[in-house]
Design a protein around this ligand. Structure first.
Ligand SMILES: [Zn+2]
Ligand SMILES: [Zn+2]
Length: 319
């Protein structure tokens, strides 16, 4: 149900449309920033018509119409953050801003198959469907439909973004998406963490920045004097440092689990995936992609070795 009262934790002029469900791929929260000209939105949610109508109802409850929206900032080109552009662009023509590497993905969403690492389960013989059926846009069609959108402007990584009376720092937080950005507003301490930190730790893939990129992004967020954290999935938190630390701990716990599995001897890559992820639904995506990210990091640190196909894709600890 809509809450028409402004969130008491948020600074005056900043509104948050929170989606109830947080389990991926639930629709992302939408942040709205008011100014004298109208509204800027950060993300717009899934491409289900009901989701778009809920967003419009929320804006109406705050005294705005969709025609008041002059700017849309997309934190990254994923269906749960930008699918609703399908409906929004039928009504208005706002400025659309994205990180430069997300611009081509937003324009042509079929390119997401590459960034989601859909080649990985096939490399290891883990997929029992034809290669052409492993289409991420098709996979999302019923869960959270995607839409294409042309960016009108690019966000400047590390630069500033002016929305209303607020100046946000554009913080690069890759891992889950190469051009995933978090937004930090210094005067209020507001950190919009997008998918870098949230109620559930997001998936990651080597072609989306990998685990190393993910951890570096968390370092960047940790260095900010944030007072309030607003994630794309989940509720507002007054303890940003704890939320960031919890995300990091979760990622490192997964690394420990992998090492523990390998401690009693080498395992083929597919078997390692199945031991870490019990749910067979994620053995095509994002299980193999996540494990590949961990092995990339551990190999770079000289802690594991991943053998080739001739050796059955064996993964072993380096003694
Ligand atoms: Zn995402
Ligand atoms: Zn998301």
């Amino acid at each position: 149900m809509q809450n028409s009262r402004p969130d008491p934790l948020l600074p005056e002029g900043v509104l948050l449309h929170r989606e109830k469900a947080t389990l991926w791929p639930a629709s992302a929260n939408v942040l709205a920033v008011r100014d004298s000209e109208g509204l800027s939105l950060v993300d717009v949610g899934c491409g289900h018509e009901e989701t778009y109508l809920r967003l419009k109802e929320f804006l109406a409850s705050q005294g705005f119409r969709i025609h008041d929206v002059h700017t849309v900032v997309l934190t990254h080109a994923h269906p749960d953050h930008m699918g609703a552009m399908r409906f929004l662009l039928q009504e208005i023509r706002p400025r659309v801003l994205l990180h430069p590497v997300e611009v081509p993905l937003a324009a042509e969403p079929s390119r997401l198959n590459q960034t989601f690492g859909m080649d990985i389960p096939f490399r290891y013989g883990m997929a029992d469907i034809p290669r052409e059926r492993a289409d991420i846009i098709e996979y999302f069609r019923s869960l959270c439909p995607m839409a294409g959108a042309e960016a009108t402007h690019e966000l400047e990584p590390g630069g500033e973004l002016r929305l209303g009376e607020f100046t946000f720092q554009v913080v690069e937080t890759p891992g889950h998406a190469n051009g995933l950005v978090s937004l930090f507003e210094e005067s209020t301490g507001l950190l919009f963490s997008a998918d870098a930190v949230g109620e559930v730790v997001a998936w990651y893939a080597p072609q989306s920045g990998g685990l190393t990129g993910f951890l570096e992004g968390l370092d960047r967020l940790e260095a900010l004097p944030a007072a309030l954290l607003v994630p794309s999935h989940g509720g507002v938190s007054g303890r940003p440092a704890e939320e960031i630390a919890r995300t990091r701990a979760y990622l490192l716990r997964r690394e420990e689990k992998i090492i523990r599995q390998l401690a009693s001897g080498p395992l083929p890559f597919p078997e390692l995936v199945k031991r870490i992820f019990k749910n067979p639904l994620i053995h095509l995506f994002p299980g193999p992609q996540i494990i590949q990210c961990h092995l990339d990091k551990l190999e770079a640190e000289g802690r594991v070795r991943l053998h080739g196909e001739e050796e059955g894709w064996l993964v072993e600890l380096v003694p």
